[in-house]
Design a protein around this ligand. Sequence first.
Ligand code: UDP
Length: 646
Amino acid sequence: TNEEAVKASTEYFKGDVLAATVFVNKYALKDSEGNIYEKTPDDMHRRIASEIARVEAKYANPMSEEQLFDLIKNFTYIIPQGSPMTGIGNPFQIASLSNCFVIGNNGDSDSYGGIMKIDQEQVQLMKRRGGVGHDLSHIRPKGSPVKNSALTSTGLVPFMERFSNSTREVAQDGRRGALMLSVSINHPDAESFIDAKLEQGKVTGANVSVRIDDSFMNAVRNNELYTQKYPIFSQNPKFSKELNAADLWKKIVHNAWKSAEPGILFWDTIIKESLPDCYADLGYKTLSTNPCGEIPLCAYDSCRLLAINLFSYVVNPFTADAYFDFDLFKKHVAVAQRMMDDIIDLELEKIDTIIEKIDQDPEEAEVKRIERNLWIEIRKKADEGRRTGVGITAEGDMLAALNIRYGSIEGNTFSEKIHKTLALAAYRSSVEMAKERGAFAIYDAKRELNNPFALRIKDADPELYNDMQEYGRRNIALLTIAPTGSTSILSQTTSGIEPVFMPVYKRRRKVNPNDKDVRVDFIDEVGDSWEEYVVFHHKFKMWMEVNGIDSAKNYSQDEINVLIEKSPYYKATSNDVDYISKVEMQGAIQKWVDHSISVTINVPNDVTEELVGQLYMKAWEVGCKGVTVYRDGSRSGVLISNDKKE
Ligand code: UDP
């Protein structure tokens, strides 16, 4: 039962009920009657290792189930994320193993039929568990002439609501679907798109991002006019509109300041740096991103995610002798890349099962035509490009364990070194796999000669680059940094490249004052009694234990403040880290990540709109592909607060 699994898993996680509940609710194998077949993550890791070993056995030098199990058990080193974790070897769900999809029209059809087709595709993918993104720039702007009974078109905003509602309808065992809607700043409706979520209760089922090009950024800087067009960037547009770039920029910044959206995608940087875009004419033109922004994708491509737990490579954490084991890290990165490639084979099997299921009912063939074609297209791209999403979690805890302050110059330099090492090891692994298993089907060295990311690899490791030109590589694009939301709960670390949120916080637990052994710390306005207790971030607790500080004692707020001050987390939390420095860190890391980075720049409640604008500008200048700013308190219910009641 659910209860038994939570109990066993709580023991597994040494008392961490949150981790246990996330595991049981989101990832443990279960059937539609609610029977649970996995008591603890050990069972899940066994299932995953055995399936990956089955794929390994098809290729040269296979890894054994035992070797794979050792690398994924306890969330210590390599963590297949989300969809792979639930879906691999799962006979109860016909689901996909992809965390991310992008779908789209590739520029032409904005007929009702075309829009409904996207709506259907979105739901079909969400039903199989992935997050979906699509771009609305192909939809004709508000007021365009149409020949139907409306005479003029509605523009793209009403469709945002439709796609958002469709998203909210799809449940995914323990979570909801997630959607990204993007639009180009060049589209005449961009301004209404940016404003669409300002109205309370509107478009609540989608994240929204604007694709911003360099010419717009330059126009903002130089206070120039900017021309929006439909079709976007057309030489011969049906519609065009001139506006003051700085005014539109101000609006974007204002809304982001006010409500943390829209997110920004620096589109020219994304395209220029993208290896898949070297194959744009073969269908790999990047169109939008997945819901959290870390994977820019062409239409009908997908990506699966995996995170390497950086904390675990710190030997003697939190001591004066702490160091990072680069050799072990490089070895594991190579294996992680290989596991991701194996998972593509498992995904192709899953897609075949989905298609078989559709074909089982020939009488429904007409109704299921769109769904079937969708999976055929997705299968083709997955097979041809073999895209992977190898990433990390626990950057913040890793730095702290090495006694390096997050946000310091030393920290940024070290992080850049980590991600450069990771990129080179992953690319090396993909090239070695090309020798053993073959390069991705459309690899063509000539196409990539001027790609800045490939040239960076060449600069850093000429031998690797030469081998890549000779043998190709197994995967069209390899790396990412995802938010690792539930992943970091399971690994009990900080998430992605984020700093710790709060090293120590207080929680209140409602108590019956007549019970024995309770302490009443607080009585609220309706007379209920509450006991307050302190919760330590896991690795903060480890720092305490390493330094002989009692973590079971009930500390006062003053004592806690003193503790934090002594720790490597001091002035290095999401609320007090230097935000300019964080943007610089993101830019430095981005150079070594071929997809993108999901990260939130947290700023205090009282910062000005101007500062948010400066952060965005800085992000563009230092080479970030996207950025989200969250001003403390600007959105309710997003983050846990200091005195959250249970
Ligand atoms: N995602 C989703 N729905 C969710 C959470 C995540 O579709 O509720 C997808 C989405 O594409 C997101 C990606 O999974 O960008 C990765 O999210 P995260 O790293 O937080 O995944 P987790 O750690 O929970 O596996």
